[in-house]
Structures are given as C-alpha cells and as structure tokens.
Design a protein around this ligand. Structure first.
Ligand code: ADP
Ligand code: ZN
Ligand code: ZN
Length: 802
C-alpha cells in the first residue's frame, strides 16, 4: 500500500474528513489502519497527529501527496471495528471524527507516555541483538526506518510486544495525619474538662471518640470531610490531646478480592430468561432483550449465567454498569464468579491501571469486561453478549462531546458482533419499554422476588398533615417511630435525601403546590440574577410569588435541606445510633465510597444516610427500613422526565429494604402523596406507571413519541447569544416541516457559566429527513464564527434539560 487516508487532529468542521498522504516506501507495510502517525499539515513545517483510517494503492488526487513523517504507534491502537464505529458515532453525535477516535482510546495514549518494546521470545537472536541485555527497549523518534521495520516484523511474529507507560509519578506520597495516645475514657474526661465555649475542641474530641479505631486519620480528611479546622488540631496538639504523625500512602487502589462463588439454582423466572438469552447467543443474532425485573428478582444471577453461556461458546461478554465506583457490589459478584477472566474499567483507576486492563482485553487475556460508560469501547473481540444493567440510568449518556449514549453504541456493536444485547432494570426507561411494547425488543418480565420474599411494605407520609407540618425538623413521627423500632431490633436503615433540583423551585408547604410553567408543565426555576421564575423550555417568566397561587398560604418558598443538617438531626434524635453519611463530600477521596459501604455491610453502623448515590444496587440483608426524607425534589425538576426520575429513584431505593429473610418497610415523606409517580413507586408497580406516563408524554408530545434534539448557543455577550439563537431558529425553520415543534430560545438553568451566556433551542419531531443535514450545515457555518466566541452544541436525545 502506498497511500493512507488519515483523520488529522485538527478539530474543525473543515478538517473533519480524511486527508490522503503517501506512505514512505520504507514503511510500506508497517503503516496499517488504526495506527497513529505524524503528518505535515497546512503550510509551513507544522506536524500533527492523525489516525490512519484506510490504506490503498491509488489516489484520486492529481498532485503530489505529502508523505507521512513518522509512525507514532508501532501497532494499531484501534481495531477495524472501532474505526468503523467512529464514522457512525461522529455522524450520530454531530462531533468531529477525531474527537470520537480519541474518546475510544485509553487515556494513557492521550497523555504523556513512553513506548517500549518488551521481549516475548528471549532466545531469538534478533531479539537478543535488539535488546542488548536490557529488559526493555524504548521506542523513540530517532529510530531508523530499518529499525522500525525490524520491530514491526518481530511484533508480527510474536517475538516482541509493545507497551505504553505513563511517565512514572511518585509511587508513594507522605501525608500528615492525626493520632492520639489517649484511650476512650481519657478522651471523655478531656471533653468534660473543656469550657462550654470551646466548640471546635468539643467537635474534635467527639471525632476522636467516634473514630478511635480508625486512627491515624489524615488531616486533610479531617478538614474536608468533618469540617475540623487546622487551627483546632494544632490547639489540641498543644494540649497533648493528639499527635500529628506522618503516614505513607500507596497510590494503589484497594484491590477487589471477593470470595469465589458458584452458580445458584435458578428460579423458574430466571430460568426462562437465561434460556431465551442463551438461545439468542447461539443464534448469533443482534436481538435486544429488555429484562423488567422487580428489585430483588435476581437479575444479576441471570446476567452471570448468560455470561457463562457466552464463554462456553468461546465468546466474550461486555457488561456495563452505571458508574462502577458506585456499585462495588456488582463488580464483586462478577469477579467472584469469573475470577481473573474479568477486566474492570472504571474512573477510580489511575490511567496506568486502566491501560493495563485495556491491554489485557486487547491481548485476549480476559473474557469478561465490566465497566462504566466508556467501557463500551473496550477492545473485546468475538463479543457474544452485551449486558447493560440499570439501563435507564442517565449516566450512560456523556454530557460532553462526543455526546454519545453507551446504550446506542452497544446496539451498534451488537450488530457488528452478531450478538444479543440485554437491557436490565426494575424501572426501564420509557424509551426502552416502549420499544418492547412495539416488539422491537423482547420483553422478559421477572415479577417475583427471590424466595418469594414479599416486596417491602411502603407507607406514604403526607407532610401537609397537621401532625407533620408543625414538626420542627425533617422527620415525621411515623419515620421516627420506624427508625426507633429498627434500631431496637438491631437492624439497619437507609435514609435517602433527594437532593436534585435543590432549592431552585418553589413549593407550598401547606398544599404541596409547585409553581409550573403554564405552557410546558415543567417546574419554573428561580433565576437569582433576574429575581424571576423562568421556564427552561419556552422562556416564559413570571415574578416570584409571595403567596401560594393555589391556597393563598404564605408558606410557599424554596425547598431543600442538606445531608449534614439531616445527619445532625439524626444524631439529636438517636444519640446512640451510628450514622454513616454518603454524599459528594464524604466520597471525594478514591476508595471512600467502597469503604463506607463495606463498613455499613459489616454492620459497623446502623444508619446509612445519603443522596441519590445510595439508591442503587445495594444488597444488604440487615436493612429492613428505608426512609425517604423528601420525595418531591426530583418531581419538581424542570425536566419532562421529572416523574420518571422520581418513580425510578423511589422504586430503586425502596428495593433496598427487606431483600433477605426479613420483611422490609419503607417510609416515603412527601407533599404530593397523590402523585402517580409516588403512588406507583410505593407499589413497585412499573406497568401502571408506564401506562400513565406514556399517556402524558403523548399528550404533551415528549419522548418516546417524539425525538428531541437540543441545541445550545454560548457567547460572552448576551445580546450576541440571543441574536445568534434567533438566527439559528430561523435556519432550523427552513428545514423543518410544520409537524416539528420548535421551542425557545430560552436561557439554561445556569444561564451564565464562566462569563458566557447560554441559550437553548429544543426541536421535537417525528420524522424530519432534512434536519440532520441542516444541523451539519449550521455547524459548518458557525465554525467560522467560533473565533468570535460563538459556540454551539448539539445534543441528540438529551438526558437532562436544564
Ligand atoms: P436484582 O438485581 O434483581 O435486584 P439481585 O440479583 O441482587 O436482584 O438478587 C437479590 C438476592 O437474591 C441476592 O442476594 C442474590 O444473591 C439472591 N439470589 C439471586 N438468585 C438466586 C437464586 N436463584 N437462588 C437463591 N438466591 C438467589
Ligand atoms: Zn398552597
Ligand atoms: Zn414553558
């Protein structure tokens, strides 16, 4: 081959196509698709990186092609499948192909790295000669063409292999930590001796008393997670209450080392699912199954046994989970069953570790990959099964360019690999469930919990009741009594604080009324800068009301409480209870998440208090009570998926109760006890919810009856942003039929970010054949304006609208 088609690393619309380069004779069969090379680009001596997409013998170009300057990778970093995928992905997400290609690579290859050859056959004379007694051989820019050819030949003959290594950062880091020589009694005595106004010292001593067994604890953690100031620590050190010591910390993550498990005897429902999916694996057809299984119905065991079926046929399996650090239990289950045949990819890994896993996958050393969103690009071959657990999760959609949905990528890969896809959830997305309704997906329902365990008993507490509306804190008498009983039985409780949409909407505490847009049926959002309530869909705005438009009560206000506040209330109500708090603040450190869960799992705490992140996938047999402090916050999101999100959240979190022998109880506190999303979630009744929600979506022309595309415009100058938004709208109008619905422009939730103003336009449509090309055309035109600060982003099927 003498000509290469190359996608260059210049992310602009004008360069978003392959460019032809000639392959120097010396590199004739070294250069293959999937490799990165360096090429001259534009005028001058500038050299840039590019991906080889294709090689061929002839060029249609009349003039003389420029030659490739050098090869960067001495073996392809992307497979043919991935190269093909990049075309589709770029088109689907309106992104530059180069961004898609980069997204598929492990981050090491985008960072600063060194490339080494390692010997595989240490007896081969050519290998011996190349390495000269060294363990590795560094691939540098100064290699001659003949050396490159030699390396290429040795690699193809499997005598050597090539590895990337990130520049080694220090493996160990030293940190200051807090220790004490006092015992628990002495600490209590010291606390009693403190003056009443020494608040920070009391707090510090309380910490030491509570965490005596966990010491030493890093100072930064004390400051960050427990709000204890450095000065307080210093004072205590002076008073000999504690010591500051230095601890050495390894930069390695905690290893996943679960116990080996063997397969369980399946229930009838599980058996049906495993059989159906197993047959599809054998048929080698790209069919999609939707498992709609109530919480605790044993979906995981179905996943594990279908994976086994794929492995038995010498195929591999890819399993996606929402964000792996959030579901260590799921990872443990897969690794527990398949051991070192499993590679785990998640954001908690350092880029070096991630690359190691990636290499094991690429080399065919692993058969099963478990990972979060980007694991959908894992270089697995002969995929026999793709599983997407909690398929409704919004985190499968990437919020940045390229804005892809891993679910769609999985479906694409299933076609190329001729394998089935399994989507699993207790609360499927409306889109997927609707497709199953139409027969596009096979629906498998699992209605029973394992061991015929009852679904939890759910009680909805109406917070508008006199008894509740007069309470001081956030705990109703019902929830308080249930907590009391749980603690007395030495069982465990999970308390959910629903924090999304926090305090930006208005609700009446007297009647539960939420201020909504008259045109769109979504909540109005408070814009502090304008001092007004605004709709994010249509731009409607109105003043902030000072009494409830529904009942005239003055108790209308912004709504929201923080986890720390709730933790304090719990401590006041149940001083003897051990409370673990899990939210963004306590889980910032690597591994913190798993640690909290591990602690709760081994019953070192009685109550797990947390935000959305505790709602999913947890399986703790001693949890008999789940309490939801404020069911309403998600309900009031300014998003047409608000009811769906609320239903999902409440159903998922309720499903954490009573999973083993003991029956579970759930208490849901709400100001909207009659809302269908809350009532159906209380009954874990997905089907009823689905019908009602589909009806409403139909009424208001939302997904899945309509497709949605969101286009946002950003500019430093608000006037310009608006002007450009209207220009955009006009452009779109020329390409759309009268059936399409155009909303906006309206400001986004935080309409000003980093001094840029954001406006958005929403297109809702059923069939608009001209829309795609029009959007590409708009991208093209606005490109030229990019330098003036006009940026637009196109999001196909957005998961959040804000
Ligand atoms: P889901 O993911 O559907 O909520 P899980 O897969 O977590 O449910 O299963 C719930 C519990 O039932 C788990 O503790 C699991 O180990 C157990 N389990 C699953 N299948 C079986 C089975 N066939 N026999 C016995 N126990 C099972
Ligand atoms: Zn009211
Ligand atoms: Zn509106």
């Amino acid at each position: 081959m003498t000509v290469a088609e190359i996608i260059v690393d210049v992310p602009t619309m004008q360069t978003n196509r392959p460019f032809e380069y000639s392959i120097p004779e010396a590199l004739n069969d070294v250069v293959v698709p999937g490799m990165r090379v360096e090429v001259p680009f534009g005028r001058g001596k500038r050299k840039i990186q590019g991906f080889v997409m294709k090689t061929k013998d002839q060029s249609d170009f009349k003039g003389k092609l420029k030659p490739i300057s050098r090869v960067i990778d001495l073996k392809p970093v992307l497979s043919n499948e991935m190269l093909q995928l990049s075309y589709w992905l770029a088109d689907k997400t309106y992104s530059f192909q180069i961004s898609c290609l980069q997204t598929m690579l492990p981050s090491v290859m985008r960072a600063k790295y060194k490339q080494y050859a390692i010997p595989l056959d240490k007896t081969d004379p050519e290998v011996l000669n190349l390495f000269q007694g060294q363990a590795t051989f560094e691939i540098t820019n100064s290699l001659t063409d003949s050396q490159i050819r030699l390396i290429d030949r040795l690699r193809k003959n499997e005598k050597i292999d090539l590895r990337y290594v990130v520049e080694n950062k220090a493996q160990q880091i030293k940190r200051q930590a807090v220790m004490t020589d006092l015992n628990i009694i002495q600490l209590h005595e010291a606390k009693n001796e403190l003056r009443g106004n020494a608040k920070s010292q009391v707090k510090l001593l309380d910490f030491l008393i509570q965490h005596l067994n966990d010491l030493p604890v890093e100072m930064s953690e004390l400051q960050k997670n427990f709000g204890i100031a450095r000065s307080a620590i210093k004072t205590a050190e002076k008073n000999k209450l504690l010591k500051i010591v230095e601890v050495t910390k390894l930069r390695k993550p905690e290893g996943i080392n679960p116990e080996k498990t063997t397969k369980l005897e399946l229930t009838d429902e599980q058996q049906v699912a495993v059989d159906q999916i197993g047959q599809a694996i054998s048929r080698e057809q790209p069919e999609t199954f939707l498992i709609e299984g109530v919480t605790g119905s044993g979906k995981t065991e179905v996943y594990l046994q279908t994976i086994e079926k794929a492995l038995q046929q010498d195929k591999t399996a890819l399993m996606l989970v929402p964000e792996i650090s959030l579901t260590p239990q799921m990872v443990n289950r897969v690794v527990g069953r398949f051991g070192n045949q499993v590679a785990v990819l998640h954001s908690g890994l350092s880029s070096g570790e991630r690359y190691d896993e990636w290499t094991r996958i690429e080399n065919g050393d692993v058969k099963v990959v478990v990972g979060a969103r980007s694991a959908v690009f894992a270089p697995l071959q002969r995929i026999g099964l793709i599983i997407i657990d909690e398929e409704h999760e919004a985190s499968y959609k990437q919020d940045d360019n390229p804005r892809y949905n891993a679910r769609d990528v999985a479906l694409w890969r299933s076609k190329v690999n001729h394998c089935p896809v399994v989507l699993g959830s207790a609360t499927p997305s409306l889109e997927s469930r609707a497709r199953a309704e139409k027969g596009v997906y096979h629906l498998i329902r699992m209605k029973k919990r394992i061991n015929n365990q009852n679904l939890p008993h759910v009680q909805i507490v109406d917070m508008r009741d006199a008894e509740n509306s007069s309470i001081k804190g956030d705990f109703s008498p019902v929830l308080k009594n249930n907590l009391q009983a749980t603690l007395e039985n030495h069982d465990q409780a999970i308390i959910l604080l629903n924090r999304r949409g926090y305090s930006s909407f208005m609700m009446c505490r007297e009647c539960g009324f939420v201020l909504k847009c008259p045109n769109c049926d979504v909540s109005l959002t408070y814009h502090k800068d304008l001092g007004k309530m605004k709709c994010h869909y249509c731009g409607h705005e109105e003043p902030v009301p000072n009494s409830c438009p529904n009942c005239r009560s003055k108790k209308i206000g912004f709504y929201g409480t923080g986890t720390q506040n709730i933790e304090q209330q719990l401590n006041d109500l149940f001083p003897e209870a051990r409370v673990l708090r899990m939210d963004v603040d306590t889980t910032r450190r690597k591994g913190a998440h798993a640690k909290i869960l591990q602690k709760f799992g081994s019953h070192q705490a009685d109550i797990l208090l947390g935000t959305q992140m505790i709602a999913k996938g947890l399986d703790f047999p001693d949890v008999t009570l789940v309490g939801v402090i404020n069911a309403d916050t998600t309900l009031s999101l300014a998003d047409f998926r608000a009811s769906e999100r609320t239903f999902q959240l409440l159903t998922q979190v309720s499903g954490r109760a009573g999973r083993a022998k003991k029956t579970g109880r759930v208490v849901i506190q709400t100001f909207n006890p009659d809302h269908y999303a809350i009532k159906d979630a209380a009954k874990q009744d997905y089907e009823t919810f689905f019908k009602q929600e589909m009806y409403l979506r139909h009424q208001s022309n939302y997904t899945p009856y309509y497709f949605t595309t969101l286009i946002s415009v950003a500019n430093k100058d608000e006037g310009q942003t608006l002007k450009q938004s209207y220009w955009l709208k006009k452009q779109l109008q020329t390409a759309l039929s009268k059936d399409a619905i155009l909303l906006g422009p309206s400001p986004t939730m935080i309409s000003r970010k980093q001094n840029k103003y954001y406006y958005q336009i929403i297109v809702k449509y059923k069939h608009e054949p001209k829309l795609h090309d029009k959007l590409l055309e708009i991208l093209n035109e606005t490109q030229a304006d990019a330098k003036k600060g006009f940026t637009i982003a196109i999001d196909n099927e957005p998961q959040h609208i804000d």
